[in-house]
Design a protein. Structure first.
Length: 397
């Protein structure tokens, strides 16, 4: 379960003068979360990286929360044990390397299914000294050379204190360079609003609607997940609001709705949302089009969704499962939802699946973008295929 890599030399294929978007997976994706340690804990990425000092102390910040605080769990405690072992020996010699712990395949958790590794990245001599960008880059290069190309992390070394790194000037450019060079993907979480295009922010500022999300976090954001993983992403979302497309006759016999209530991802929250839908309030039938029902996670349920006060929304944009989704009805229902104050929404490419589908690029995405600008809302939209870049993928040795 232990892999140690330190000061390994080797050649890397470099793509000169190539923009970041030239690789389908060569990207740095910024993700906003209410709780960074919780996001890191629940990540199902194949690789999760945190910044660690070289002397084996876990007495502060994210490391402490994940091993001693409210998010403490067996996986992160196991990664701490790996770090505390003297392999390699603690001290300055660790700088620029890493250790990792791999989730055992027989553990009953999504991280085991993904074969997730937790990486202790040695980029800081001790907790009283400034993180070293060059050491962080060196350790990440070793990690990428070992084949780990899909990484969840946070703004490493950019926390509080005067000895911190700059996200925009130090860490982000370094990650962008590595992502382009290795065809890697970094999902980087922060508790600060993700900066958006000034032109979009200007549109939001001119809107006559109030914005709970704030102009710096509004927009439509593509979230790439693995094949078959959209239901899993929807189930584990900790957004205050999760929306799925539902027909008006109360059938849950196919697609995402069925998986979340009968399949491997079935759970009581989504079953409760199904019961709300099956009740005749409002009566089933065409009159439901353009509306929604919702179920709110009780505050006393022991889950992250309860902490977030999450609501699951049945959005009525389809008469029945044999008829095509109606974009106008979906927009009408979302307008009602946004007017009710729900401005941070996790969803998927609703109505853009197989059969009588809508177009994501021509129908759904423009509609969501228009609503996000008008209401100051944020839509995180999961999809199973890479976000298109218009360039071919380049492979590296």
């Amino acid at each position: 379960l232990l892999e140690v890599l330190h000061n390994v030399s080797g050649s890397v294929t470099v793509v000169p003068s190539m923009p970041l978007t030239s690789l389908q997976s060569g990207r740095v994706i910024e993700v906003q979360a209410h709780n960074v340690p919780r996001w890191m804990r629940h990540s199902t990425s194949p690789v999760v990286v945190h910044l660690q000092n070289c002397v084996g102390t876990w007495g502060g910040g994210l490391a402490e929360v994940l091993t001693k605080g409210e998010e403490a769990n067996a996986r992160w405690n196991a990664a701490r044990v790996i770090d505390k072992a003297d392999n390699p020996p603690k001290g300055k010699a660790r700088l620029g390397g890493y250790t990792l712990w791999k989730t055992p395949a027989d553990w009953k958790c999504p991280q085991a299914d993904a074969g997730q590794v937790i990486v202790n990245l040695y980029g800081q001599e001790d907790c009283h000294k400034r993180p070293q960008l060059q050491a962080m880059e060196q350790g990440l290069r070793h990690l990428l050379k070992a084949g780990h190309r899909h990484v969840d992390t946070y703004r490493l070394g950019c926390g509080s204190g005067d000895k911190k790194l700059s996200w925009d000037l130090d860490v982000k450019p370094m990650l962008q360079h590595l992502a382009t060079q290795f065809g890697a993907r970094f999902n980087v979480v922060s508790e600060w609003p993700v900066q958006m295009n000034p032109a979009v922010a200007g549109c939001a500022a001119q809107s006559n609607m109030s914005s709970k999300a704030g102009p710096a976090s509004i927009g439509v954001f593509d979230v790439h997940v693995g094949a078959g993983s959209v239901p899993h992403w929807m189930r584990h979302s900790t957004s205050p609001c999760v929306v799925h497309l539902q027909n008006c006759v109360g059938t849950w016999g196919g697609g995402l709705a069925e998986v979340l209530t009968k399949g491997a991802e079935a759970n009581r929250r989504w079953k409760a949302a199904r019961e709300i839908d099956k009740a005749d309030n409002p009566p089933k039938g065409k009159a439901r089009l353009g509306g929604y029902t919702l179920w709110k996670t009780p505050a006393d349920w022991k889950c992250p969704q309860a902490d977030a006060g999450q609501v699951i929304v049945n959005l009525y944009g389809q008469e029945d499962c044999h008829k095509p989704p109606q974009l106008h009805a979906m927009e009408q229902g979302l307008r009602h939802l946004l007017k009710a104050g729900h401005r941070h929404v996790d969803t998927y490419r609703m109505g853009c699946g197989i059969g009588k589908k809508l177009s994501w690029d021509l129908d759904l995405k423009p509609m969501l973008h228009r609503l996000s600008m008008e209401f100051g809302a944020r839509f995180n939209v999961a999809c199973e295929e890479p976000v298109s870049t218009g360039y071919p993928m380049h492979k590296h040795n």
